[in-house]
Design a protein around this ligand. Structure first.
Ligand SMILES: [Zn+2]
Length: 268
């Protein structure tokens, strides 16, 4: 499932292909993904120039000179294919540029989405309106303020998009491990000193994943090139029963219906 680093990697890859290009043609090969595609997608995008690509939480944003922003979410299985040599069954949306570049959004499970929003209205768009700050914009004091008085486990609150946007299960598990914080600890009781260790841990796990994705992008110009997926080894995530560096064993519990991996010896 694509998380923040995969989306960031995807946006950076698409930027190399689309930035500054004029959209010559778009093709929606089905009317919907998770929800219906905007019916005026072709009309508003055809002829527009791409002026910027960015990410917000787990959404990718493609800005145009018509003050529209195409917002994509990769869902469970979505990924963009760059200059594909052939169109595949699950390539549901295609953009062709005036310089002959092509990108195709492939999404076999169709949990992804495409929306076209007026750029100036993005902040009020329902999916964005309640989002907390980006992890890279967050410091320990601000996080402490956001967690103050909360008795819910810190693991669950870090996954709450209203507190911090875009953090997913893998990276929360890894960051809590690196910061030595027990995932069940009441969020409001974590000291500022420990939050000062947690913030760089969050930044580091995300940056490392983005860098790893960046290295896979070297191949993306090939006809079969696909953006944004890579595998990385983790310290605790997916390692139930395996040894921690401390000699203890990684434990798994379920919180909020999702697996948490942690080391009971290293995390307090
Ligand atoms: Zn350990």
């Amino acid at each position: 499932m694509p998380e923040l680093p995969e989306v960031e990697t995807t946006v950076r890859g698409l930027e190399r292909v689309l930035l500054g290009q004029r959209i010559e043609r778009v093709e929606a090969r089905r009317p919907d993904l998770r929800r219906a595609l905007p019916i005026d997608l072709g009309q508003r995008l055809t002829g527009a120039r791409v002026t910027g690509l960015r990410r917000r939480a787990k959404y990718g944003l493609i800005d145009t000179d018509r003050d529209d922003t195409l917002v994509f979410h990769l869902g469970m299985s979505g990924h963009w294919r760059v200059d594909p040599s052939e169109i595949l069954k699950h390539d549901h949306f295609i953009i062709d540029t005036d310089e002959g570049r092509r990108v195709a959004l492939n999404d076999s499970r169709r949990f992804g989405s495409l929306d076209l929003i007026r750029t100036e209205e993005l902040g009020e768009w329902p999916a964005f309106k309640a989002l907390g700050p980006e992890p890279f914009d967050l410091d320990a004091k601000e996080l402490q303020r956001r967690l103050a008085g909360r008795s819910a486990p810190i693991k669950l609150l870090l996954l709450d998009q209203r507190i911090v946007a875009g953090l997913g299960n893998i990276y929360v598990c890894e960051a809590l491990y690196r910061a030595g914080i027990h995932p069940k600890r009441a969020a409001g009781s974590v000291s500022l000193d420990r939050l000062k260790r947690l913030i760089p841990a969050i930044h580091d796990v995300l940056s490392e994943a983005i860098a790893a994705g960046g290295s896979t992008l070297r191949d993306f110009a090939s006809p079969a090139g696909e953006l944004g997926y890579f595998s990385k080894s983790f310290s605790v995530y997916g390692r139930e029963g395996k040894p921690c560096a401390c000699g203890g064993a990684v434990n798994r519990i379920v919180q909020g219906g999702r697996s948490t991996f942690y080391c009971p010896k290293c995390q307090r």
